[in-house]
Design a protein around this ligand. Structure first.
Ligand code: HEC
Length: 153
């Protein structure tokens, strides 16, 4: 190994160690009495899909993977969860008024239709979260059906 390469590798290792001290501010899970799935509006197969493919960014039941504890990936995970929850938090579904529920269901249908959700970068590692076209169609139909029910309420 050349001297220059050694210096570069040592510098990179040093940077890696130093950035571990920059906190990611990972958002915590807030305890809640509300259970989105106990509400009778989510069939079992849909529940499984949402739990597996969406809950790590859109709920208060986030399971942090190992790479969430190591910078720089920890910063990205924390950011996705913050932004994800801000847009949609299944654990706080009941706090939404009727119009916001309808908006959320419309967005869910849209995001899943266009393949934007679950985030493709997430499913590279969480391969079980990947949705087949058939699963996508089921999720879309469910969101559209529920929107109709919410609308009529
Ligand atoms: C790895 C984290 C992650 C996963 C997993 C994930 N999302 Fe998201 N989601 C995000 C982030 C981050 C945003 C905010 C996007 C932005 O800021 O542009 C978002 C935004 C959304 C939005 C709002 C879009 C808008 O424009 O208002 C919906 C709806 C949504 N996601 C649905 C889902 C559904 C349904 C699943 C599961 C099938 C899912 N997401 C899985 C991170 C995630």
């Amino acid at each position: 190994m050349s001297k220059e390469l050694k210096i570069i590798l040592l510098a990179l290792a040093g940077i890696f160690v130093i950035i571990q001290f920059i906190p990611a501010n990972k958002p915590a899970n807030e305890p809640s009495d509300y259970d989105f799935f106990a509400s009778n509006m989510v069939p079992a197969d849909i529940e499984l899909m949402i739990r597996t493919s969406c809950f790590d960014c859109h709920s208060q039941e986030v399971k942090y993977p190992w790479y969430a504890h190591i910078a720089p990936s920890s910063w990205l995970v924390a950011r996705d969860i913050r932004h994800g929850r801000h847009h949609l938090d299944f654990s706080k579904w009941n706090d939404l008024d009727k119009r916001k529920k309808l908006d959320a269901l419309d967005e869910i249908s849209d995001e899943v239709k266009h393949g934007d959700m679950p985030m493709p970068i997430y499913t590279i590692i969480h391969t079980d979260a990947k949705l087949t076209q058939e699963q996508r169609n089921k999720l879309i139909d469910w969101a559209d059906d529920l929107a109709e029910k919410v609308f009529e309420e």
